[in-house]
Design a protein around this ligand. Structure first.
Ligand SMILES: Nc1ncnc2c1ncn2[C@@H]1O[C@H](COP(=O)(O)OP(=O)(O)OP(=O)(O)O)[C@@H](O)[C@H]1O
Ligand SMILES: [Mg+2]
Length: 347
């Protein structure tokens, strides 16, 4: 029996892609996922590359068809709704907005025109293609751009906006859709730490002020820790962690990322080495993540970095940083690789 406050109830969700084998452990991109979301929650989904995060989001809005299990949204079964019943699928999709890593804006159009595209699900094909929007819709688009700090950019072409601004247009476009839920697939993966923070703050505000649920796929564990009400960890298509940020212990991180050390299955995990800044790290060794995270308090205000590499085999620290923090000097006990260190003030 579903509780009245459960917006999304997923049971035994599984997905096998026909063309390729999904995950190493199960042969499925997703296997036996149980998950529930309530209104106004911000839930992060973390896990290594190939863990099934995107597949999970796409099953929720039926961009792909699940092969097992049920997805119930506002009490309606989405997983088994036939694609033939386009009208009802369209109605469901209006209530589920998407935000993408690559923004998915129409770059030759202005910010406000892009926001108005969020209304297309409410229009006939003809009205949509002619761009027929009501005055009320236009006013709302302005308000929402203002809300994400882009009121002055409403008539700027999307291709003249920064990545962070484009993603905020994406948030305004999602909001004008009046969704109950926003699915964001790595919304900050292409952004610098400051823009990432701003986007995450807007998403959190959306949950608090609009009561909209956000499910956000993230590689940035530190942002997941800071902004989420709840975190789900996937690995090889299976749920291996679910809990509050405070429950994401080193042991839990090991369960999610541990032992992933070969082939294509690298993972980008930013760790905060300075107060207020994050450094992206690509690691194949979960223990390296835990070690770097543990080093963070020591490294406060010290120029230090772990650089991106396909396989991380060493943590590097600038010479004077090492003299300030002797624990960070010398070879790291764990097998890690790095490239040139990055000065702290450039991060
Ligand atoms: N269209 C597809 N056809 C076949 N296999 C697919 C398809 N899409 C994804 N997969 C496989 O399903 C698994 C899960 O992929 P998914 O994209 O959901 O992972 P992810 O966690 O989002 O990874 P990333 O962090 O790299 O975005 C992977 O093994 C992937 O190769
Ligand atoms: Mg993905």
């Amino acid at each position: 029996m579903e509780r009245a406050d459960e917006l999304l109830v997923i049971k035994g969700l599984g997905k096998s892609y026909e063309a390729r084998r999904g995950s190493r452990a199960t042969g499925k991109a997703l296997n036996g996922i149980d998950f529930t979301a309530r209104p106004g929650e911000l839930i992060s989904v973390i896990g290594p590359s190939g863990a099934g995060k995107s597949t999970f989001l796409r099953c929720i809005n039926r961009l792909i068809d699940p092969t097992e299990g049920s997805v119930s949204f506002c009490g309606q079964d989405i997983a088994h709704r036939s694609r033939g019943s386009l009208r009802s699928l369209r109605e469901v999709r209006r209530q589920i907005a998407m935000i993408f890593q690559g923004y998915n804006l129409v770059y030759r159009l202005t910010a406000i025109q892009n926001v108005l595209h969020g209304r297309l699900g409410y229009k006939s094909v003809l009205a949509g293609s002619l761009g027929l929007y009501s005055e009320e819709e236009k006013m709302r688009a302005f308000e929402l751009l203002d809300e994400v700090g882009l009121g002055a950019f409403a008539y700027r072409r999307a291709d003249q906006l920064s990545g962070g601004q484009m993603q905020r247009v994406g948030i305004a476009r999602a909001l004008i859709q009046e969704p109950k839920i926003i699915l964001a697939d790595e919304p900050i993966a292409s952004l610098d730490p400051k823009s990432s923070r701003m986007v995450m703050e807007h998403l959190r505000r959306v949950t608090r002020e609009h009561g909209i649920t956000c499910i956000v796929n993230l590689h940035q564990v530190d942002f997941a820790l800071e902004f989420s009400d709840r975190i789900m960890g996937l690995r090889f298509g299976e749920k291996v962690f679910e809990g509050a940020p405070a429950d994401l212990t080193e042991e839990a991180i090991e369960r999610i990322y541990g032992g992933i050390g070969s082939g294509e299955e690298t993972v980008d995990v930013p760790v905060a080495l300075h107060s207020g800044s994050a450094v992206p790290v690509a690691t194949t060794v979960a223990a390296a993540v835990a070690q770097a995270t543990a080093a963070a308090p020591l490294a406060a205000a010290v120029p230090a970095a772990v650089a991106v590499a396909p396989v991380v085999t060493e943590v590097s620290v600038e010479a004077d940083a090492a003299s300030v923090v002797p624990e960070l000097a010398g070879p790291a006990p764990l097998p890690l690789t790095t490239e040139a260190p990055v000065a702290g003030d450039q991060l």
